[in-house]
Ligand binder design. Structure first.
Ligand code: ZN
Length: 203
C-alpha cells in the first residue's frame, strides 16, 4: 500500500506556517515503512529536535482506479479514519529553503499514524465532519472537513491523475491549524466527531 498526503489544504494552517496558498493540491507520498504498527508508540527520531503532530482525516481506498472523475469518486472508498502526519519540521524547513524534496521530514519510519476507520455511512455529510487532536488532555487542533480547500472527492480526482489508486491505499487529506511539537511521554488522542480513533504515546 501507499500513502498519499495532501499539503496545504486548510487556509488557517497555510497562514500559520506562512506558506503560499497553492493553485493545485500539494501532494507527497509516505512509504508503507512509515506506518506505525498497531499499539506501538511514536519514537522521536534522533535526527530531529522539532517533531510536529498534524492530525488529518484519512480515506481508505477500496477499489483500483485511475483518472477517476469527481462524480464517481465516492465509489472508491467506504471508510473514513483519522491519523497523524508526523513531521520533522526542522528538517522540512531546511529542505524547503533549498527547494529539496520533503521525504526525510515526512516519510521516515514512524511518520504515519493510521488510526481506526469508520464506515462512511455512519456520517450524514463527509464535507462537514469535525475532528480534533488532544495532547495530554488539552485540545491542540480542531478542524472541520468543510474548511478543506479541496474536498475528498476533488482530491481523489486530482490524485488519480498522477497515481493509480489501489485497494488499501490511504489518503491523508491535510491538517488544520494548531500544529505543534511533541515531547517524550506525551499522549496524543484523535477524535472524529465524538469517536476516539487513536491514542498513542510518544517516546
Ligand atoms: Zn500533513
Amino acid at each position: 500500500m501507499k500513502i498519499i498526503c495532501v499539503g496545504r489544504n486548510y487556509a488557517a494552517h497555510i497562514e500559520e506556517l506562512e506558506n503560499e496558498r497553492p493553485i493545485d493540491p500539494v501532494l507527497f507520498l509516505k512509504p508503507d515503512s512509515s506506518v506505525i504498527l498497531k499499539n506501538n508508540p511514536f519514537i522521536i527520531p534522533e535526527f530531529s529536535n522539532e517533531i510536529h503532530y498534524e492530525v488529518e482525516v484519512l480515506v481508505k481506498i477500496n477499489k483500483i482506479g485511475k483518472h477517476i472523475d469527481q462524480k464517481f469518486a465516492h465509489k472508491y472508498y467506504d471508510e473514513i479514519g483519522l491519523g497523524i502526519d508526523f513531521t520533522a519540521r526542522d528538517v522540512q524547513n531546511q529542505l524547503k529553503e533549498k527547494g529539496l524534496p520533503w521525504e526525510k521530514a515526512k516519510a521516515f519510519d514512524g511518520a504515519a499514524l493510521i488510526g481506526n476507520f469508520l464506515p462512511k455511512t455512519q456520517f450524514k455529510d463527509l464535507n462537514n465532519l469535525s475532528f480534533s487532536l488532544e495532547q495530554n488532555g488539552e485540545v491542540r487542533q480542531n478542524g472541520n472537513t468543510s474548511l478543506m480547500l479541496w474536498k475528498i472527492d476533488a482530491l481523489i480526482e486530482y490524485i488519480s491523475k498522477y497515481f493509480t489508486l489501489k485497494i488499501g491505499d490511504v489518503i491523508f487529506t491535510g491538517t488544520p491549524a494548531g500544529v505543534g511539537k511533541v515531547q517524550p511521554n506525551d499522549t496524543l488522542k484523535g477524535f472524529l466527531e465524538s469517536e476516539e480513533l487513536f491514542s498513542i504515546n510518544v517516546k
